[in-house]
Design a protein around this ligand. Structure first.
Ligand SMILES: Cc1cc2nc3c(=O)[nH]c(=O)nc-3n(C[C@H](O)[C@H](O)[C@H](O)COP(=O)(O)OP(=O)(O)OC[C@H]3O[C@@H](n4cnc5c(N)ncnc54)[C@H](O)[C@@H]3O)c2cc1C
Length: 140
């Protein structure tokens, strides 16, 4: 009932693969199953690359700059010595439950949001994913 278009529902797995294929088409090397385990920090505190686990062994991957997209907890920022990127206090964090459901009644053209006593201190939403199927988040 928001009265506006408020977003799109995407399949995150497919979306990430799509982005990766566009990056590869543009010339990027894609390395899956290659977790970064540390930053390479050169003299003067300059970040010169990434230490990563490649097929069971550690490798230094050097580069001119690192764009760390490792999520809101960003370990990389801390490895690189950016002390401001400490984890937020637990009071600033929320937990969520996710269910993938079948056989539910939902309108594919709408995302349902439920506030108030049904989800005290948080909210519930239902993302329609397919005919009769949806994904429900309960966040608080
Ligand atoms: C329950 C829930 C519901 C949400 N709903 C919405 C929504 O409806 N709409 C919306 O816009 N946002 C929503 N968000 C927020 C959204 O998911 C995030 O803002 C977004 O995913 C952040 O993107 P990101 O690329 O920065 O990090 P992420 O999506 O967290 O991606 C980080 C990636 O880095 C990888 N990684 C981490 N560490 C390493 C490492 N050491 N080496 C290699 N890879 C590493 C992880 O595996 C992950 O793939 C929701 C979040 C949650 C938890």
């Amino acid at each position: 009932m928001a009265g506006n278009e408020v977003g799109y529902v995407i399949e995150r797995d497919k979306f990430d693969k799509y982005l990766a294929s566009m990056a590869a088409d543009a010339g990027a090397d894609i390395m899956v199953k290659t977790p970064a385990v540390d930053a390479i920090v050169d003299a003067g505190g300059v970040v010169g690359g990434v230490k990563a686990r490649v097929g069971g062994r550690l490798e230094d991957i050097r580069c001119d700059f690192v764009l760390a997209c490792d999520g809101f907890e960003s370990e990389f920022a801390r490895w690189a010595g950016m002390k401001d990127f400490l984890l937020p206090p637990p009071s600033d964090m929320v937990s969520a439950l996710q269910y993938r459901l079948r056989g539910i009644s939902c309108d594919r053209d709408y995302v349902d949001f439920h506030f108030g006593s049904i989800a005290p201190g948080g909210y519930i939403w239902v993302f329609p994913k397919s005919e009769g199927g949806g994904q429900r988040w309960h966040r608080r």
